[in-house]
Ligand binder design. Structure first.
Ligand SMILES: [Zn+2]
Ligand SMILES: [Zn+2]
Length: 239
């Protein structure tokens, strides 16, 4: 069986939101782990409790620009953001979206519901009332398309989605679906399906501490089970 090396972690948080550690500590941890690329992708401004916004977001971005320069010989530092689905087709995408190297979007709780559909699914995810995975996928996909997201984080987390439908749309839109290594949110069967439908996967640590940067253990095990390594875009075969 071919072995694969994961060369990039696009999904890491810091003390700018509810994580621990600084962007610099994440970069140093990534170098230590032998990664070629590291993104700091903090929670977008729309998240009620963890969102990074305004002057704080500007400060973080300034810091990332400095880190890019300082470590350019050792690792590629990327400016990322993990946006929130704020309603049907809506996200907290910043006006300077094109200044970001990587845009992740995911469904999170603690986001104010801004329209009727969002209110309904929010109610369902919070109170466990029956919901419609197909509509949930549509809601997230419309938001992902509108912000030209690169990655949908942790599909199924808090809100079940129609994975085959999401994979088909993501393939067409060129969006990668994340196998999250903090908690694997897709079943082995679902990961297999995503690959079979020709959609790209990406493994993210979703680290909230520097020690977890580049920790891909849980996701790697799931991808191995599903025999889906060739669909993982941030992994290369070791020859
Ligand atoms: Zn998330
Ligand atoms: Zn995250």
């Amino acid at each position: 069986m071919t072995d694969y090396r994961i060369f990039a972690d696009y999904h890491t948080h810091t003390s700018y939101s509810h994580g621990k550690g600084s962007p610099r500590e994440n970069v140093l941890a990534a170098i230590e782990k032998g990664l070629d690329r590291i993104a700091v992708s903090e929670h977008g401004p729309g998240h009620f409790s963890f969102g990074v916004r305004g002057k704080k977001l500007a400060k973080l971005n300034g810091e990332l620009t400095e880190l890019k320069k300082e470590f350019e010989d050792k690792i590629e530092v990327l400016r990322g953001l993990e946006l929130n689905v704020m309603g049907f087709g809506k996200s907290d995408c910043p006006a300077d979206r094109d200044d970001y190297d990587v845009i992740i979007i995911g469904y999170h709780k603690s986001v104010p519901p801004f329209n009727a559909y969002a209110r309904r699914i929010w109610g369902e995810s919070l109170f466990g009332v029956k919901n419609d995975p197909h509509m949930n996928a549509e809601c997230i996909l419309a938001a992902a398309e509108s912000c030209r997201a690169n990655i949908i984080s942790h599909p199924n987390l808090y809100l079940k989605v129609d994975i085959p439908y999401m994979a088909e749309c993501c393939r067409q839109l060129g969006i990668m679906m994340e196998v999250n290594s903090a908690r694997v949110t897709m079943s082995e069967e679902e990961i297999r399906t995503v690959k079979k439908l020709g959609c790209s996967l990406v493994i993210g640590s979703d680290a909230h501490t520097p020690s977890r940067v580049g920790d891909f253990k849980l996701a790697s095990d799931a991808v191995t089970e599903a025999n889906a390594w060739d669909a993982v875009k941030n992994a290369r075969p070791i020859i």
